[in-house]
Write a protein that binds this ligand. Structure first.
Ligand SMILES: [Zn+2]
Length: 247
């Protein structure tokens, strides 16, 4: 039987059979993994706290034919301050759902694991969870290889004027060039902020100001790119963020 020892973040937990849990993990060494944790819903389970969403831990799993089995592990960090804050918890769950939806099981992605941990740390410390969310989204696109090209008009090369964004291609088009029906105007300010996030990521993020309008524009561009490139849409956590006015 093959063993997997890895740090991982618990993305999602579901009840399974009478006393088990199915745990979706983003592991540092093996990417997205679903593991069954036998007996973990019993009240005396010593791993109850480890097998909760948003917990970072060391995990030992056995790899079976179709599923991993959780053997043991220990908590590195439980992100308690996120658990106690409705807004930050909602954003953290959004990050987890994005990770789960954008990776295939068995596809290793140490970089995405590090990005998620960095984002959870930032979400604890930053005064603006929205700013952390925009930075996570833009960084995720880079890790997935679908960053938009924001250098200028993709048709004529113009670096001036008002741009339309074409989400199908992930490019900008100037006012003088033809643009497809699904394209839409984006402000120069939103493009400038997105470029800053592409170049600097979480570095000195606390001095990056993202007004509400530009934040919405960036989120729309990211969501459209994810839909056109990877078919990702209808995220449950986005519905919640929208219903509560957080997005
Ligand atoms: Zn042009």
């Amino acid at each position: 039987m093959t063993e997997l020892r890895s740090q991982a973040v618990v993305l999602r937990v579901r009840s399974f059979k009478e006393a088990d849990k199915l745990v979706t993990l983003l592991t540092r060494d093996a990417g997205l993994v679903t593991a069954v944790a036998r007996g973990s819903r019993k009240t005396n389970s010593k791993f109850a706290a480890l097998l909760e969403p948003l917990t970072l831990g060391n995990f030992l799993l056995h790899q079976g034919r179709s599923l991993y089995t959780f053997i043991q592990g220990e908590i590195i960090k439980a992100y308690r301050s996120l658990q106690g804050d409705l807004v930050r918890f909602a954003y953290a769950q959004y990050f987890c759902e994005l990770c789960e939806r954008s990776l295939l099981e068995g596809m290793p992605s140490g970089a995405l694991f590090m990005l998620l941990v960095t984002a959870l740390e930032a979400l604890e410390e930053d005064s603006s969870p929205v700013r952390v969310a925009r930075c996570f989204e833009v960084s995720l696109l880079a890790e997935l290889g679908i960053s938009p090209d924001l250098s200028g008009c993709s048709n004529c090369g113009s670096r001036q004027g008002v741009y339309h964004f074409n989400p199908r291609e992930g490019v900008l088009l100037c006012a003088a060039c033809p643009h497809p029906v699904e394209s839409y105007p984006v402000s120069a300010a939103a493009i400038a902020i997105m470029k800053r996030l592409q170049e600097m990521g979480f570095h000195r993020l606390s001095v990056c100001v993202i007004p509400s309008g530009e934040s919405k524009e960036i989120h729309r561009m990211v969501a459209d790119l994810l839909m056109h490139s990877l078919g990702i849409s209808r995220l449950k956590t986005v519905d919640f963020l929208q219903q509560t006015g957080l997005l």
